[in-house]
Design a binder for this molecule. Structure first.
Ligand SMILES: [Zn+2]
Ligand SMILES: [Zn+2]
Length: 545
């Protein structure tokens, strides 16, 4: 067997026809051919997919749970492929101005990095949050739940999917008799609850039921100690009305604010654990804009100044506004720019005063009267937008809305608690906003103590590899410099490029020249694939010979 080769046997993914191919390592490999001939299927869906799969499999189950594994390619065998070699790079999506955050793979690793070595700060007082002792948790429980009956719970599963049969068995084996499953207390006998695999569940061990009073302090202390042990540092205390999570690790001793255990999902703006509550992780809020609702201020209400309230269904709205005008003293014939601003404010935002509205349909078949406050045009539109089931209506309403940055997260998409976690005094979104060049600096200058270094080593290695790939497309010269000056290891073992799309011809030649330079320098293993590369083959041969 030759160790300098990558051997693919029986590749049948998509349109590949049972292909056997040996690819020498430490050479530049060009895969070329007509569109649809299976270049990308071989390079990405087969070789890259298998490399990525093996890499993910080589990680701990903890890291694995949030990395997506690619489908197993249809191939008999691939030998000579080490787990971590593959980096996918599509030239069309990257440019030198792109930031780290635009690379989703990096964000996944950043989440892991922040969960492992991030330092949480208190969102209230800004103090560094550190471990809370069992003693101080006990005192907080007595203070917060004074004289109330509480459950001391060990939270084992927090909003995660699964059936958890083994967990229930283990709890029973460990001698616990009760658990709380999605808020309901169950007895742990022979029958365990059947949980829907596809739904999120909360599961806690019931450690004790107790009155939170000073006289019972030693029992509370013991229960908390047991819960902390069972739930690896967290304890949930619940009274009938509210509940509070305490963490041995992350709580502000001054404000009592608890951050809880940092997990990758703490930093996910797609997860309820991480997303800003105000904008649901979008960073912006869509709001109705008065200037879009009333674009022409020389028009009167009767002439259709309020665009979403004009047209076919507006008769009811006009009669409503007529009642408002009558109450406050403005006229529907007056152009908007001549109506007093306090009246415009009422038209847009509504009134607190009650008034009598009456409505008569055109053919006078129906008539009704009611007394209410006026809702206001913008509030009404907002409510319609939230309430409607019709996607078409929502789309139509969107023309009157504008994106405004979320005032809670200022466009950063995450909860304040997540943004208060720092690595080298930057929160995760600040790291994302770094340009690729400066992030390179950031990661390589991280000051970590020995434990942190140990924890972060593999993650940083991955981030660096992806960064290299990101930089490669935009600034080869830059990477070359860094490699040359800093003698950086480990270099990515393989880089797979897909040169497709409109940039292909220009980019391909530009890239090739530089790839050849890097290749000479690093001696690592490149696979290129793209339709137009066949045209460049003579040049590659000439340059490389
Ligand atoms: Zn504090
Ligand atoms: Zn927000």
């Amino acid at each position: 067997m030759n160790n300098d080769e990558l051997r693919v046997k029986g590749a049948r993914h998509h349109n590949l026809k049972n292909i056997n191919v040996n690819i020498p390592k430490n050479k530049i490999i060009v895969i070329s051919g007509l569109s649809g001939s299976g270049k990308s299927t071989l390079a990405f869906d087969t070789i890259y997919a298998e490399g990525q799969r093996r890499y993910v499999e080589s990680l701990s189950s903890y890291a694995r749970q949030f990395l997506e594994m690619m489908d197993k390619p249809d191939v008999d065998s691939i030998d000579g492929l080490s787990p971590a070699i593959s980096i996918q790079q599509k030239t069309t999506s990257k440019n030198p101005r792109s930031t780290v955050g635009t690379t989703t793979e990096i964000y996944d690793y950043l989440r892991l990095l922040f969960a492992r070595i991030g330092i949480p700060y208190c969102t209230k007082c800004g103090r560094k949050i550190s471990s809370q002792s069992i003693e101080s948790i006990t005192d907080s429980v007595i203070k917060d739940f004074g004289q109330k009956k509480v459950l001391v719970l060990a939270p084992l599963v927090q909003r995660k999917k699964g059936t958890y049969e083994k967990l229930f068995e283990q709890m029973k084996k460990d001698g616990y008799s009760r658990a709380r499953v999605n808020g309901e207390i169950i007895i742990l006998d022979d029958e365990f609850p059947k949980l829907d695999r596809q739904k999120w569940h909360n599961i806690e061990i019931v450690v004790d039921r107790i009155v939170a009073s000073k006289s019972d302090k030693s029992r509370i202390f013991e229960a908390i100690q047991t819960a902390l042990k069972a739930a690896k540092g967290s304890v949930l205390v619940a009274s009938e009305k509210d509940e509070k999570i305490f963490s041995q690790n992350n709580a502000c001793p001054h404000c009592g604010i608890t951050v809880g255990e940092l997990e990758p999902r703490t930093f996910s703006f797609n997860s309820p654990f991480g997303m800003c509550n105000q904008c649901n992780g979008l960073g912006v809020k869509m709001e109705f804009d008065a200037d879009l609702v009333i674009p022409d201020k020389t028009k009167s209400i009767l002439n259709g100044a309020i665009v979403p309230w004009s047209g076919r269904f507006s008769s009811f709205r006009r009669q409503e506004l007529r009642a408002v005008g009558k109450k406050y003293g403005f006229n529907l014939m007056t152009p908007i720019n001549q109506i007093k601003s306090k009246h415009i404010k009422i038209i847009l935002h509504g009134s607190e005063d009650l008034m009598k509205f009456s409505y008569e349909s055109k053919n006078s078949e129906s008539f009704w009267e009611y007394t209410d406050a006026f809702e206001g045009v913008l509030n009404n539109l907002q409510r319609k937008f939230m309430e409607t089931d019709s996607e078409a209506k929502r789309e139509w309403l969107k023309q009157f809305m504008r994106d405004t940055p979320c005032l809670t997260c200022h466009g950063k998409k995450l909860k304040p608690e997540a943004l208060a976690v720092k690595v080298n005094s930057k929160h995760i979104m600040e790291v994302c906003e770094l340009s690729i060049d400066s992030s390179y600096e950031f990661f390589n200058k991280l000051e970590l103590n020995e434990t942190e270094q140990f924890i972060a080593r593999d993650i940083l290695k991955e981030i660096n590899s992806i960064l290299y790939a990101g930089v490669l497309s935009g600034g080869f010269a830059f990477v070359l410099q860094i490699y040359a000056q800093k003698n950086i290891t480990p270099a990515p073992a393989a880089i797979i490029f897909s040169l497709e799309g409109v940039f292909a011809t220009i980019a391909a030649w530009y890239l090739l020249n530089q790839i050849l330079d890097i290749h000479n320098l690093l001696g690592c293993f490149f696979i290129l694939c793209g339709v137009l590369l066949s045209q460049l083959l003579p040049l590659i041969k000439k340059r490389y010979s």
